[in-house]
Ligand binder design. Structure first.
Ligand SMILES: [Zn+2]
Length: 426
């Protein structure tokens, strides 16, 4: 295991700046390439599993979170509201909004569930549409104290891979089991090894809402899902969401600190709060169940963990630089650069980097003159999965004598085959 914070800076994956603020990392080109590949993988996996992707705003009126219960039960994790459209005292404002002077207040969202619930109820729904699987890769915010912030794993703003499945009571356990299977499939493909599975239940705390029956039913369903999936797990009280129990997939970093990277939750509470309904085959209105799930958690946490796992030497499909063309002399510099240009413009989109610094290379973030940057550059080249030598004569002959043992001269075909085989596991 490696330390992703150190590697992230060395390999120019991400960084932070005091002026932007702690816990608000920015993604450099190499990090953006990894994140893009990861997001594409997850999006494709979800699409094939019948999910529909949506986008919703990262801000909402305070009233939305009052309705969902976040305002009352999760306020510690939320940023203070922003007053907008302040109006004169005594005027209730448009729609009777609350807030200073009667104007409305906006908050940064702490979760996407309320947005998706509102989107579900935006029109009448029939049982024929269920299960309705709504997925989003979007921003959400958590008010963390500066003392706990670090790298990509504890941040104040994150891009979450989230989804909500609206389904009938009878479908809920099956949907939760499918979500869990999808998580295991994705983790295997990505090289994520769970430290343990956790069934997170409520404690006596007043922060938990809903009836005892709701909790008992949802917990029994999750236990069934774990049992039928053949997964060993540990029960932990006091780790549930405020609205329901959840299965958490835990990973550990190099310092044995644990974090949840994936989750599956069965929720009877939010559908009740938002008065969600669908028309059943009997023509009557019924309440759906919400299954919340995330496969990789946030892009931040997932990339941070993958850096820990791979030490920066990512598998080809995830690597920020997939191919490095190493010229054996100045004479081969031009073919190496041509290969780079061909790679960046090809439809299959391999991420090339020529072995010599050159200012036009998108994948070469730093000029090679100063010593520190040269070191960084060398490391990023050493981490690239394929290193064919681009020698003009050899290119003509179709051979690459400097290749590593086991490397095919037909590296691009290999590359594509690897991407394809990964897609086929999806
Ligand atoms: Zn949710």
């Amino acid at each position: 295991m490696y330390d992703h914070r150190q590697l992230g800076r060395e390999l120019q994956i991400f960084d932070t700046d005091p002026l932007i603020g702690a816990g608000l990392p920015y993604w450099l080109p190499a990090g953006a390439a990894i994140r893009h590949a990861l997001e594409e993988y997850v999006r494709e996996l979800e699409r094939r599993a019948g999910y529909q992707h949506v986008y919703s705003p990262v801000l909402a009126k305070r009233e939305l979170y009052e309705l969902s219960g976040h305002w009352e039960h999760y306020r510690d994790g939320m940023y203070p509201p922003m007053a907008v459209d302040p109006v004169a005292e005594g005027d209730p404002g448009p729609g009777g909004d609350s807030g200073p002077g009667g104007g409305s207040q906006l908050v940064l969202r702490p979760s996407m569930c309320p947005h998706h619930a509102v989107m579900f109820r935006s029109r009448g729904r029939s049982y024929r549409e269920l299960p309705l699987r709504m997925a989003e890769l979007g921003g959400q915010y958590r008010a963390e104290l500066s003392g706990v912030l670090g790298g990509l794993t504890r941040v104040r703003g994150m891009q979450l891979n989230d989804a909500h499945i609206f389904c009938t009571l009878e479908q809920a356990a099956g949907e939760a089991a499918s979500a869990l299977a999808m998580i295991r499939q994705a983790h295997e493909a990505l090289g994520i090894e769970p430290a343990r599975y956790r069934l997170s239940l409520a404690s006596d705390s007043a922060k938990y809402v809903g009836s005892a029956q709701m909790w008992a039913d949802a917990t029994a369903m999750l236990r069934d899902v774990l049992a039928t999936s053949g997964i060993d797990y540990e029960v932990e009280e006091g780790e549930a969401a405020f609205y329901g129990p959840k299965i958490d997939v835990q990973v550990a970093d190099s310092a044995e600190r644990e974090a949840s990277i994936a989750t599956v939750q069965i929720d009877f509470y939010q559908p009740e709060r938002f008065s969600l309904e669908y028309v059943g085959p009997d023509g009557a209105k019924h309440r759906p169940v919400m299954v919340h799930r995330s496969i990789i958690g946030s892009a931040e946490r997932a990339v941070g963990h993958l850096l820990d796992v791979y030490g920066g030497a990512f598998p080809p499909w995830l690597a920020p630089v997939q191919l490095v063309a190493l010229p054996v002399s100045e004479a081969q510099l031009a073919p190496a650069e041509a290969g780079h240009r061909a790679g960046t413009t090809s439809r299959s989109g391999e991420r090339w980097q020529p072995g010599r610094p050159h200012p036009r290379a998108q994948a070469s973030p730093v000029p090679g003159r100063d010593r520190r940057n040269r070191g960084r550059r060398r490391r990023s080249i050493n981490q690239a999965p394929r290193r064919p030598a681009a020698a003009a004569d050899e290119r003509r002959r179709g051979t690459y004598p400097n290749r590593q043992p086991g490397q095919s001269p037909h590296h691009r075909a290999v590359e594509r085959a690897e991407c394809r085989s990964l897609n086929q596991t999806a």
